[in-house]
Design a binder for this molecule. Structure first.
Ligand code: AMP
Ligand code: FE
Ligand code: FE
Ligand code: ZN
Length: 283
């Protein structure tokens, strides 16, 4: 039995609905799926229902945008309580930052004489956690760019005219936030971040795992992080990071994580919750 623990829907920058994503998972024979939309938990309820109907185990999650030593890092939070008030409040704050950033990006595009309307981006995004991919799609839809890659290369990448930095929480705060919501914190796609030096400190701060398997990790990269996970005694996870039809072909199916890692993930979450309960009830 296999799992994909890194998936996006149209509740962030993916193109599939939770139901569409689940049916792809079912077609591919997955036994467990986790939804990890950027800075939101909105799609979890629908994805949970769809997976229930399809006989697939569902793991609620999110991919929080954080920062460590000046580098953007993505922290996956699994098995969090999707109704946790503090987590929801923090997420709402980061969604507001994302929405404000869209306005600023469009203002900069307009200054650069690219006549994109901010309403068109929000209409297209139609979610609380909009990001650069939505601006890119709106640019293509308006005929202002020929492709998503062109939109990023010309305008949206770091140091390009419409790039706007994003306020981020520290990785340690993201880890704490996930833990207090009963979840398990995993560093997403470490091979894309070049932040290996930050890993020991993050493990010290309570990081529970490394996403060793990812579509963009080579075999050597996966092996490197498997070795690190073993050395630091943290969990191993993996997922496709499928964003739907954004880049021609959906990525779901490219990473098949053996189910034993899901068993360990659930055990870690149970341990964390038991420890929190003991702490809360001790005098
Ligand atoms: P944001 O969180 O708004 O900064 O957007 C980051 C997201 O944009 C990532 O999660 C990717 O899905 C996507 N992305 C980043 N760089 C590119 C690129 N060069 N081409 C297409 N999508 C990209
Ligand atoms: Fe994304
Ligand atoms: Fe990511
Ligand atoms: Zn992702």
């Amino acid at each position: 039995m296999f799992a994909d623990l890194h998936l996006h829907t149209s509740f962030s920058d993916g193109t599939y609905s939770p139901e569409e994503l689940t049916s792809h998972g079912q077609r591919l024979g997955f036994g467990a799926l986790a939804l990890t939309d950027h800075d939101t938990l909105e799609g979890c309820a629908r994805m949970g229902r769809a997976c229930g109907t399809a006989g697939i185990e569902f793991i609620a999650g999110t991919e929080l945008t954080a920062e460590q030593d000046g580098t953007e890092l993505h922290i996956l939070g699994y098995l969090v309580d999707t109704q946790d008030a503090k987590l929801l409040a923090e997420i709402a704050r980061f969604q507001a930052v994302r929405q404000e950033r869209i306005r600023e990006m469009v203002a900069r595009l307009n200054e650069a004489h690219v006549p994109l309307k901010v309403e068109s981006v929000f209409a297209l995004a139609n979610c609380k956690a909009p990001g650069r991919p939505h601006v890119a799609r709106a640019l293509v839809q308006a005929g202002l760019c020929g492709s998503l890659d062109e939109a990023f290369d010309r305008y949206l990448k770091k140091h390009r005219p419409a790039w706007v930095p994003k306020f981020k929480m520290s990785a340690a705060d993201a880890i704490d936030l996930i833990h207090q919501a009963g979840g398990v914190a995993v560093m997403a796609h470490p091979g894309l971040n070049h932040a290996d030096d930050s890993i020991p400190g993050m493990v010290e701060a309570g990081l529970d795992g490394l996403e060793c398997f990812h579509t963009k990790h080579s075999t050597a990269t996966s092996e490197h992080y498997l070795e690190m996970a073993d050395r630091f005694n943290v969990l191993v996870t993996g997922g496709s990071d499928c964003h739907g039809m954004n880049k021609g072909k959906p990525l779901i199916g490219t990473v098949k994580l053996p189910y034993e890692h899901v068993v360990k993930l659930k055990a870690r979450a149970a341990e964390r919750r038991a420890a929190a309960t003991t702490e809360a009830s001790s005098p």
